[in-house]
Design a protein around this ligand. Structure first.
Ligand code: APR
Length: 243
């Protein structure tokens, strides 16, 4: 493990531009369960029934039951050492950007500034009728589905399955992947596209890929130059110590 930590730190120190792609795993130590794996959210809620735009349109109250549970957990969550390390790396000039698949806002709460939210963010609700944007607060979604003052149903400003990724997020993320010379890939199962294409684009453009995960993923043998197995909140502080 130590040899890999030191090799990763060396790559980061020598790099001109480092980007990070993060997934649910970086927030696991903040108490937010990942989607897949033994304690995954998709074990409790079938994503086809609860995370697809068609399911939301057909039965917003049912989908809002899951959303409200996730929001209650997110509102209690604090950034963990993994988030804080990435924020410190940005401040010290060792990390240029974060592309996150997460919608929990914990990178920004940890102080990271250059964050591309590939799947949107739970902090805003949008009216399906008039388009009004309302800050997500417990009061608003106490009654589900929450309604806009105009009577329209509110939805979170996130990307459901079956919806396109916002063009700006795609353009910015792919530009980061093409221009970085090191990409950290932290806490993602790398199975959901187009996010899972980002490390591959980086690799194809000459970047070194450093994967941090508690288990192997499709990137481990095929794409990663260094795969460090362990918790992000424990590995990242070790890497930062060697920067
Ligand atoms: N440290 C590092 N990695 C971890 C940790 C941890 N403490 N805990 C879990 N992991 C890893 C798991 O091994 C897994 O590979 O994090 C990954 C989490 O995978 P997913 O739950 O699939 O989350 P993610 O990759 O972000 O999912 C992508 O799928 O469901 C959609 O929109 C949702 O953004 C999400 C997308």
């Amino acid at each position: 493990m130590d040899r890999k930590i030191i090799s990763a730190a060396l790559l980061i120190k020598k790099a001109k531009k480092v980007s990070a792609l993060t997934g649910a795993g970086i927030s696991a130590e903040s108490g937010i369960a990942p989607f897949r794996g033994s304690n995954g959210i998709w074990k409790k809620y079938d994503p086809e029934e609860y995370a697809h735009i068609d399911s939301f349109m057909n039965n917003p109250a049912k989908v809002w039951k899951m959303i409200s549970e996730l929001l209650d957990i997110i509102f209690k969550a604090e950034p963990n050492k993994g988030h804080l390390c990435l924020s410190a790396m940005e401040k010290s000039g060792c990390l240029y950007s974060i592309i996150t698949q997460n919608v929990d806002g914990l990178h920004q709460a940890a102080g990271s500034r250059n964050v591309i939210e590939f799947h949107g963010n739970n902090m805003l609700l949008i009216c399906m009728a008039c388009g009004k944007k309302i800050k997500t607060e417990k009061e608003i979604y106490r009654k589900i589905p929450p309604l806009c003052p105009c009577g329209g149903i509110l939805r979170p400003d996130v990307v459901f399955f079956g919806e396109p990724i916002p063009q700006r997020a795609i353009t910015e993320s792919f530009a980061e992947a093409k221009s970085c010379d090191v990409m950290l890939v932290i806490g993602t199962s790398a199975v959901v596209t187009p996010a899972a294409e980002i490390p591959i684009i980086a690799k194809e453009n000459g970047a070194k890929i450093i994967e941090i995960n508690i288990e192997s993923t499709p990137l481990t043998d095929a794409v990663a130059n260094i795969s460090i197995f362990g918790k992000a909140g424990e590995i990242l502080p070790e890497i930062v110590k060697n920067l």
